[in-house]
Design a protein around this ligand. Structure first.
Ligand code: NAD
Length: 264
């Protein structure tokens, strides 16, 4: 039986370990026949990423720090050499100083504002610039965002401002690249316990709140995100671009605390 991603090749950026959202997405794509390249940040992560890539039949693992233009160029040069072209890119990368992911947004420093915007927002555009050149037959790009872009969430602070800019970039990139048959979308995931999330203040409280108050009365998993990513990156999502798709157990539609939510 043919699979949704048979014959498709793509890049997964942001795999740190088997809790990463990138892992849920990579698994879903691989199960449907996709061939994957993985990029990771820093030598320390290589020993975690290599065996995960191998589990999905890939030995194509490349270091890339997205704060460094030369590093992004080198990654795409490697991909061009080995594959010539690609069909999709997943950008599951974000960073901010965790000291500013608690307390008040108003206290954000200029240095961390710039750093957060560079790594969590501009990097997606920097990647799109290179990836588009390797998509002569069209393709699909996907990034990860959070509801803190749309509404004020405790402790999310500068990351919320960055995610709002990221969601706006998705719309602008969708317009610029649409003529070339390239679709650009974001998934707005509910809170999931990952390495990056552990830097956010009171994260356990936020997860409980979502579990008690989202319409599905549960938190989402990296497999939930993987399923929706598969839809957006495969032919099933052929008519979808510029979209921020919520995979959050419905939390974003809720206006107030659920009547059956326990006291916290
Ligand atoms: P994670 O820690 O597993 O992944 C974050 C990744 O970003 C890591 O692999 C890290 O190496 C990478 N990264 C950071 N700085 C980098 C740099 N300079 N160059 C290259 N890579 C860099 O955590 P995650 O939760 O899977 O995060 C993936 C994405 O999902 C992030 O954009 C995050 O904001 C977003 N997201 C997470 C949640 C959640 O609750 N976990 C919810 C919504 C959106």
């Amino acid at each position: 039986m043919t699979k949704l991603m048979d014959g498709k090749r793509g890049l997964i950026m942001g795999l740190a370990n088997d809790k990463s959202i990138a892992w849920g997405i990579a698994r879903a794509l691989s199960e449907q026949g996709a061939e994957l390249c993985f990029s990771y940040q820093g030598e320390q992560l290589k020993k975690r990423v290599d065996p995960l890539a191998a589990r999905l039949g890939s030995d194509f693992v490349v270091e890339c720090d997205v704060s460094d233009e030369g590093s992004i160029d080198a990654l795409f040069a490697d991909i061009k050499n080995r594959w010539g072209k690609i069909d999709f890119v997943v950008h599951a990368i974000g960073f901010s100083d965790k000291n500013e992911l608690r307390g008040r947004y108003v206290d954000t420093t200029r240095a961390n504002f710039n750093l957060t915007m560079d790594i969590s927002v501009f990097s997606f555009t920097a990647v799109a610039q290179r990836a588009a050149k390797l998509m002569p037959d069209g393709g699909a790009m996907l990034t990860m965002t959070y509801y803190g872009a749309e509404r004020v969430m405790p402790h999310y602070n500068v990351m919320g401002v960055a995610k709002a800019a990221l969601e706006a970039s998705v719309r602008y990139l969708a317009e610029d690249l649409g003529k070339d048959g390239i679709r650009v979308n974001a998934i707005s995931a509910g809170p999931i316990k990952t390495l990056a999330a552990s830097g956010i203040g009171d994260f356990r409280y936020i997860m409980k709140w979502n579990e008690y108050n989202s319409p599905l009365r549960r938190n989402v998993t990296i497999d939930d995100v993987g399923g929706s990513a598969l839809y957006l990156l495969s032919g099933l999502g052929a008519g979808v671009t510029g979209e921020t798709h919520h995979v959050d157990a419905g939390y974003h539609v809720v206006g107030m605390k659920a009547v059956d939510a326990p006291d916290m």
